[in-house]
Design a protein. Structure first.
Length: 236
């Protein structure tokens, strides 16, 4: 992996290398050294890795990075996977990337990792193929992160003005025991409101009294003050 990265970095200008290399090849005691250990320190630099040479790294090597115990490794691996998916023009290759993601979803077990990757891969794939069965199946699993992946993946649908899957999953998760799910639902409902406020208001009028407080708080965040107070008072 280190050799592949160093080889790919040769395409960068000397000034980019000077700034970039030390932040990715770092010795264990805080001293910088090329080739000692590959770590992604900052999100902006991880994006550079993904953009510059991510598509050149094979899925086999990427699986090693994604299964790393180091969070930054997994984070960078998902940036790379998103880059591979977005740059791919071949339907078979896209399907292979989706299957790779699903096979390795046990390593996507952190809220930041989920939000980084899932809607840009799974959400986009399901929307473009007009088949949400993958997300439906994930939403029915008991695993918390599978459910969150399903919910957050609907962001692609919301961005495209399609809200039915989000509303279905939000209703299904009203009684979920974990606040991470309620946060995701509320965040996405808020995004739905930014696209179409009437859709959000119709949903809230039907369900706001049963919604967990976290979901409601996020969902109404962008509404005007009077509307927010009306929904909050309606809960008392």
């Amino acid at each position: 992996m280190v050799n592949e990265i160093k080889s790919a970095l040769q395409d960068l200008s000397s000034s980019d290398k000077k700034e970039f290399l030390p932040q990715f090849f770092k010795a264990g005691k805080g001293e910088y050294a090329e080739g000692d250990q590959f770590i992604g320190v900052t999100v902006p630099n991880q994006r550079i890795v993904a953009k510059e040479f991510g598509p050149r790294i094979s899925l086999i090597r990427l699986e090693e990075l994604l299964s790393s115990p180091i969070h930054e490794h997994r984070h960078c691996a998902l940036f790379i996977l998103v880059s591979k998916f977005e740059k791919s023009k071949d339907a078979t290759e896209k399907k292979e990337i989706v299957e790779f993601y699903l096979k390795n979803k046990k390593h996507v077990n952190n809220w930041d990792l989920v939000d980084t990757s899932c809607y840009k891969i799974l959400g986009r794939y399901c929307f473009e193929n007009q088949d949400d069965s993958i997300l439906e199946e994930l939403s029915e699993e008991e695993n918390l992160w599978s459910k969150r992946i399903a919910v957050v993946s609907t962001m692609f649908h919301v961005k495209k003005g399609s809200f039915e899957l989000l509303k279905k999953l939000a209703i299904r998760n009203l009684n979920h025991e974990h606040d991470l799910i309620h946060k995701a639902n509320g965040w996405l409902l808020r995004e739905m409101g930014k696209k179409d406020e009437r859709e959000l208001l119709n949903f809230l009028d039907l369900h706001y009294q049963k919604m967990p407080r976290t979901s409601l708080r996020y969902a109404i965040e962008r509404l005007d003050e009077k509307l927010r107070q009306d929904y909050l008072k309606g809960r008392i």
